[in-house]
Design a protein around this ligand. Sequence first.
Ligand code: UDP
Ligand code: MG
Length: 317
Amino acid sequence: MKKPQLAVIIPCYNEELCIEDTVNKLFEVINSLIAKDKIADNSYLYLVDDGSKDNTWNIIEKLHNTDNRVKALKFIRNYGNQKALIAGLEGVRATGCDCAVSIDADLQQDEWAIEKFIDEYTNGADIVSGIRNNRKTDSFFKKTTALMFYKTMNILGAKIPPNHSDYRLVSKRALDIMEQFPEKQLFLRGFFNEVGLKTAYVHFDVKPRMAGESKFNFMSLMALALNGITSYSVVPLRFVAVLGFFMALFGFLAGFETVFEKIVWNNSPNGFATSIILSCVFGGTQLFCLGLIGEYIGQVYREVKARPRYIKDIELK
Ligand code: UDP
Ligand code: MG
């Protein structure tokens, strides 16, 4: 079999402290895989600068000038990690490769697991998903919210394995299929999981961040989770309809009972507190449901506008 050409995609946002070390370490992995005859000599790195405000891009240009196997793309502004990953996948497809691995710029994921990814690929997998061995490096808050997210997604029907990450290998075939999904807010973890290609799993260790700080905050994690839910499940919408039905039924029965008491026992129930509680509960539930529906409308709104996913600034081939 022909040795596969591997492309390693690295999204970078303000990673001036890490990026040079990361590139060197990844070349160590690539060189060792070439030496073992597992990948082709023309394997390369593809860095996506997600509109960094620090020195990241200057360092990337320098690395590109010393070694042409460092290819890169710069966004005109910050679009977020998912867009940077999508741009990386599209970029390596255009540049040419047999398979692509995406890994974080802080190398929190054990880069030597790439060898296992390649072995699975050689054995016929089109997608190899990295699963974290543990979440020791995550804060308690992130651990709990991540677990809640995966549980919710599973209840909602999108079977994403917990502790799944964006550290994965995808084949050329998977990249070609991705091109047929024009949705702007493509949720990669959901997409690669349900597309139906042969998938293998590789467990890897998580290390603490090499340098600098996490680029994710509460709001960006929340946005990622909401996009995952609204782009992969309509169960919440059905839940709203069912909930509305039962609340209406309850209201109807309560009303019926009140009228019945009045006519039969001539007894007007005095329930001031009950009225206030009920109107708050009903009002709150309605607003919550409206908000939920609003999230889906927002999703439709963004897709209908069909703005480009990202704008390229500079590309180094
Ligand atoms: N990242 C990005 N754009 C962003 C935020 C993050 O491209 O707006 C990149 C970042 O440079 C890193 C990866 O996404 O390569 C994961 O980010 P980070 O390590 O900060 O996240 P954490 O490991 O804390 O989840
Ligand atoms: Mg990290």
